[in-house]
Design a protein around this ligand. Structure first.
Ligand code: PRP
Length: 218
């Protein structure tokens, strides 16, 4: 198979993965049943001219920007944090959640001097507080962010809230809601020209599943 005939799709491992696979199946892409259970990092679906590469969510835009993946699925949170040279062409409307500032129950902001904010999103966090004119110290963590205020590593956190369960179970409360997040379909700018037909087809088919375009005409 010639490389030009193959579309490489970067998929985020973890939470978003199942919903993204479900969407592709609904868009009539023949994703094999064992896809979700495999530990493989590259999965070929030759009958659809597709190759999937499975990356950490935060790394998906990196693979797409460098062109080793033509397209990918990435959360809006990752897009804001990473600011890569890629096109965001479709809101997939999956994995909806929001970004929020949180702290321990009963915390008092006025007692804070140069507050420490823990987050997996240092760029987004620093930009947010810069715009508010608040001077903060950012502590970059890689996960389990809710632990930081409990053990005294940070005064507040910036993190994703989905059901709110993690905050609740750890005695934290939301202070400010920042931005709504959903997953996006992203495209490498060069691939968008060289593989326009394949990419347009995929975007159209996904768009139809998500937004039901053209259904009235049936
Ligand atoms: C995310 C996020 C919160 C949690 C929110 O973490 O960072 O911790 O989910 O979900 P909830 O509102 O439904 O409880 P994730 O499980 O992805 O792992 P992480 O701690 O490694 O970031």
């Amino acid at each position: 198979m010639m490389q030009e005939d193959l579309l490489t799709v970067a998929m985020p491992k973890g939470r978003i993965f199942d919903e993204a696979v479900d969407l592709l199946r609904k868009a009539d892409y023949p994703i094999p049943p064992e896809f979700e259970d495999s530990r493989k990092l590259i999965i070929d679906v030759p009958e659809a001219n597709l190759r999937f590469i499975l990356a950490k969510p935060m790394d998906v835009p990196t693979y797409v920007e460098h062109g080793v993946a033509d397209v990918g699925v990435a959360g809006k949170d990752v897009m804001i944090e990473e600011k890569r040279d890629i096109y965001e062409v479709l809101d997939l409307k999956i994995s909806a959640c929001y970004m929020a500032v949180a702290a321990r129950k009963g915390y008092n902001k006025s007692h804070e001097v140069a507050p420490k904010i823990a987050s997996k999103y240092p760029n987004l966090t620093s930009e947010y507080f810069r715009q508010k004119g608040e001077q903060v110290e950012i502590i970059k963590l890689n996960g389990s962010i809710e632990l930081a205020p409990i053990v005294g590593l940070a005064d507040r956190i910036v993190d994703i809230v989905s059901t709110g369960q993690t905050l609740k179970e750890n005695g934290l409360v939301e202070i400010e809601e920042m931005i709504q997040i959903t997953s996006r379909f992203i495209v490498n700018p060069v691939s968008y020209r060289t593989k326009a037909a394949m990419i347009d087809t995929m975007v159209d088919r996904l768009d139809e599943v998500i937004n039901g375009k053209g259904r009235e005409a049936e």
